[in-house]
Design a protein around this ligand. Structure first.
Ligand SMILES: O=C(O)CCC(=O)C(=O)O
Ligand SMILES: [Fe+2]
Length: 238
């Protein structure tokens, strides 16, 4: 067995707590294998959104609990590999969202919320992308309509970005999960500036580079703690 990675070597020091970035977490062969698995999923497995497509694996997270479905072997393997890093305490991730972005597509700034254990792990396939982080609205700004008039623009709330290279793993934990928003801008290329907080950990990019995006597939791997037993859903005779 391989010795587990020492995550301390992969901490993004220029970001608020806590982000770990691991370049080449998987090999090119594994990347090709995962890519093939994603694209051999049955057509109805894809959900089409305006700016991306996705596949949901493991069950639909719900405030009342998730009716868990077995993950296919090809995803389970990577959930187990990530569990070895102990970022979900002793738990093994049980939910995977596959997102596909063409060049020019993205995802609006958002927080992943409380249905998941507050750590997200993402493997990138195909293209790089830039994951942008934003400060939340001040509490005085959220709330009623009048306060929205004074709300700070997203541009002002932009904090920094993390370059996600193909085959990398990023772990977003603690305040970076719970407090800050993340999103992917809808653009076709990304210039590397000093706002790219993990540039020193990246293997393929330097400040000043302009990276052209192609199709990217991400595997967003999480742990849903609140699991419903199917029996309870359909009711049990007393
Ligand atoms: O594709 C990514 O890396 C981000 C996806 C994401 O933020 C999400 O699915 O919640
Ligand atoms: Fe997200």
């Amino acid at each position: 067995m391989n010795t587990p990675l020492d995550l301390n070597n992969f901490r993004v020091k220029a970001a608020p707590p806590t982000i770990f970035y691991i370049p080449n977490f998987i090999t090119k062969d594994e990347e090709e294998y995962l890519w093939r698995q994603v694209y051999s999923a049955p057509k109805p497995k894809w959900t089409h959104l305006s700016n991306r497509r996705l596949q949901n694996w493991g069950g639909l997270p719900h405030p009342k609990g998730m009716v868990a479905e077995d993950l296919p072997k090809w995803l389970e393997t990577y959930c187990e590999k990530i569990a070895e890093l102990k970022v979900f305490e002793e738990k093994v991730p049980n939910h995977v969202l596959v997102n596909e972005y063409e060049a020019g597509q993205g995802i609006m700034p958002h927080v992943d919320g409380s249905l998941y254990y507050p750590t997200v792990s993402t493997i990138s396939l195909g293209s790089h992308t830039l994951l942008d982080f934003y400060k939340p609205l001040q509490s005085s700004e959220s709330g009623d309509d009048t306060s929205q008039i004074h709300s700070t623009s997203l541009k002002e709330r932009y904090m920094q970005s993390i370059l996600l290279e193909p085959r990398s793993l990023v772990l977003v934990c603690d305040d970076m999960y719970k407090v800050y928003l993340h999103g992917i801008a809808e653009c076709k290329s990304d210039v590397m500036t000093d706002k790219v907080a993990n540039i020193d950990l990246c293997e393929t990019a330097n400040i000043g580079d302009n990276l052209q995006r192609t199709t990217r597939v991400s595997l967003t791997i999480r742990y849903v703690p609140n699991i419903l037993k199917a029996k309870l859903v359909f009711g049990k005779k007393r």
